[in-house]
Structure formats: C-alpha cells, structure tokens
Ligand binder design. Structure first.
Ligand code: ZN
Length: 202
C-alpha cells in the first residue's frame, strides 16, 4: 500500500528526471554550439540531478544499502571528473581569450530553471519531512545547488549580453560552476563513507 506522500515523492522524482533530461540536453547542445563553458557545465549538473532523483526512486523499490552505496560512490566520482573537465575547459578558454558568441540561450535556460526550481526545492523538502526520508531531503539539496548554479549562469549570461567587452565573464561563471559541482561530488563521495549513509546530494 503506497501512501499519498510516497506517491507525491515518486511524482516529484519523475518530474525532476524529465525536466532535467530536457534542461541537460538543451544546455549541453547550446553550450557546445556557442562555446559557452558555463552553459555546458550547467547542463552537466542537470545530469547530476537526474542521477540523484533516480536514486530516490530506486530507494523506494529496493532497500539494499550496500548497492546504493556503490552506485552513489560511482556517481560522486563521476561528478568530480566532470567538475575537473569544466574547470580545465574554462581555464583553457581564459588563456586563449575565447568567449561564447552569445549567452542568450544561457539567459533563457537559467531563467526557466529559476522559475521551476524554487517550487521543486520546497515541494521536495515538504515531502521529505512528511516521509522522514533522508534520501529525499538530500535530493532536495540537489535542487538547491541547481538554484545556485542557475543564479551564477543567469548573472554571467546577463552581464555578457549587456557588456560584451567582459569576454572572460563566461569562463569566470564556468569556474564557479565547476567549483560548486566539485563540492557536490566531494560531498557525495564522502557521504558514502558515513555510517548513516542515506544517498543523494549532501
Ligand atoms: Zn538544474
């Protein structure tokens, strides 16, 4: 017998997966096309959110902590690698003086994300409290990280759109994004070493 709150949690997780698959695909496509490292890095984070929500769904079906620990550890290591790639790409972009042709897609995507994520974040926290679910609460933290990244991307994209002479702003935003993803990856890896492991973002 599944309770209403569990059904709500499952709905929020599927919504997160669907929304972030689209956000990730659009961000990475435009980021690569326009050579915006910040936008591509933001897209990478969307895939992190997909993985985190998938873990929550999995947890509702299977209660195998050792398998979940292994899956979470692999995801954490993957995030660290992706943060490293984003950081290297932004440093390379800074050194070569390269910059995106336009940051309008980044502006649109981050604005869309901001309008959804506050709702998603508070809905997840509410459900997590009702279900007393640590993994759902940690997944809500992923949405909070997304809000932070959206703000960085929004401010960076807007600044470049208004003042194109600040060519380095996209690389700077990408470095901040890489640092936030790296922090999230490191916290994820560390959480798997914790005796009261409960999965997801930390
Ligand atoms: Zn996101």
């Amino acid at each position: 017998m599944t309770s209403n709150w569990t059904r709500h949690a499952i709905f929020l997780s599927w919504f997160t997966i669907g929304y972030n698959l689209v956000e990730g695909a659009v961000s990475i496509t435009f980021g690569v096309d326009d050579e915006s490292v910040a936008l591509a890095g933001f897209g990478i984070d969307s895939l992190i959110e997909v993985a985190s929500a998938a873990l929550v769904l999995w947890r509702f079906r299977v209660h195998d902590v050792s398998r979940e620990r292994k899956a979470t550890l692999s995801i954490g290591i993957l995030f660290l690698l992706l943060a490293l790639v984003t950081a290297i790409a932004s440093i390379f972009q800074l050194q070569t003086g390269a910059h995106p042709a336009t940051t309008v897609p980044g502006l649109a995507i981050s604005a869309a994300s901001l309008s959804f994520m506050f709702w998603l974040w508070s809905a997840k926290r509410g459900v997590a409290r009702q279900l007393n679910s640590a993994s759902m609460m940690k997944d809500a933290t992923c949405s909070l990280v997304c809000i932070q990244l959206s703000l960085v991307l929004f401010v960076g994209s807007l600044t470049f759109a208004l003042i194109p002479s600040l060519w380095w702003i996209d690389s700077a935003a990408a470095l901040v994004i890489a640092a936030l993803i790296g922090k999230e990856g490191w916290a994820t890896v560390r959480s798997t070493q914790h005796p009261e492991f409960s999965g997801g973002c930390t």
